[in-house]
Design a protein. Structure first.
Length: 340
């Protein structure tokens, strides 16, 4: 559900349109020290070009070598492959390192589903993709946040969500530092700044500026579970307006700049004058950011981005898969070419 996986699909689509054969590999189970989570994608082109990753490089190298050798040239339907050792062997021998990866590898024969996924996720839809290993058929359906990857040995259901995005209220120095770091994490960054004097000082490219008052802008973007909203003006007249709408939205993170005393006063205002519930106010992160002792705008931006990552990943941490023993019968096991 990461935007990295959407980039993999974009590359697959371009490669297929250019006439290449492409094998798409999906992580369906990890155990031990494997670095990529279930659902992660790797695409391998017939000439060895790659997009995405499923390990630290050793598995990719093996898959590239096999594809270049023509091993998958006649592959017509998905299959299972595993790298590493079984859980039972690792437990028996007390192995401290060297994880296990279970992968589904599939030939990309049609691209209509890829075009559909890219189109619908760009409209901030969350999708479930179910792949049948028996014939390679793909079915897409709307999904709900919290659904987890599923694999029963014959069908695999994975999820594709929209790109993570961050709405910043205010275009000051701190906002620019936060925006730059968010861009490095592949967030789509939006900025709402109704004060003309602050707009003129913005110099960071690649950011979408939205006109209007903060509460109207929050409603305009229709926040979803892939949206974070951070109020950084330090002006209650602007920050509070954004928070009124943001705290009642599905946004996964809502935060505001200010000391503990200011946050207490803000919550009292929102409750007393606007009737905001305790449940909504409890969603407000403030003082914003992890406690790093940050002083400068750059250091504060690091703490804000670190808290965003923490909250986002906590919400995704349960998306792990447990397998039943019968799936082993359909899995090709390969000796690891290096520690995963």
């Amino acid at each position: 559900m990461e935007s990295l996986d959407l980039r993999v699909l974009s590359d697959v689509l371009a490669w297929k349109q250019a006439g290449h054969q492409v094998t798409l590999v999906t992580v369906v189970e990890t155990w031990g020290s494997a670095p990529r989570p279930p659902g992660a994608l790797l695409a391998v082109r017939d000439d060895g070009g790659v997009s995405g990753s499923v390990s630290g490089g050793c598995v990719e190298d093996d898959l590239i070598a096999r594809i270049r050798a023509g091993e998958y040239a006649d592959l017509q339907r998905p299959s299972m492959v595993a790298y590493g050792v079984t859980k039972e062997e690792a437990t028996r021998f007390g192995l401290p390192c060297g994880g296990t990866l279970r992968l589904v590898q599939e030939p990309v024969l049609a691209t209509d589903w890829i075009e559909d996924v890219l189109s619908r996720t760009s409209a901030h839809q969350l999708l479930a993709r179910t792949l049948s290993l028996s014939d390679g058929a793909v079915v897409l359906r709307p999904a709900q946040r919290g659904e987890e990857l599923q694999f029963d040995g014959s069908t695999l259901t994975t999820f594709f969500g929209p790109r993570w995005r961050l709405l910043l209220i205010g275009a000051g120095q701190l906002s620019q530092a936060v925006a730059q770091m968010a861009q490095s994490l592949d967030y789509e960054v939006l900025v709402c700044e109704p004060r003309e004097e602050y707009k003129a000082g913005w110099s960071l490219p690649g950011v979408t500026h939205l006109s209007g008052m903060p509460d109207d802008v929050v409603l305009e973007i229709r926040p979803d579970a892939h949206t974070a909203i951070v109020a950084l003006t330090h002006d209650p007249k602007l920050d509070d307006m954004a928070l009124l709408e943001a705290l009642n939205s599905p946004a996964f993170y809502v935060g505001a700049l200010g000391s503990r005393r200011n946050q207490q006063a803000r919550k009292a205002r929102l409750a007393e004058h606007f009737g905001m519930s305790e449940a909504a106010l409890a969603r407000l992160h403030g003082p914003i950011g992890l406690r790093l002792g940050a002083k400068s705008p750059g250091e504060i931006a690091v703490s804000v981005i670190a808290e965003l990552v923490q909250v986002k990943n906590k919400g995704l941490s349960d998306a792990m898969l447990s397998f039943s023993a019968e799936t082993d019968a359909h899995t090709e096991w390969r000796t690891p070419v290096c520690a995963i």
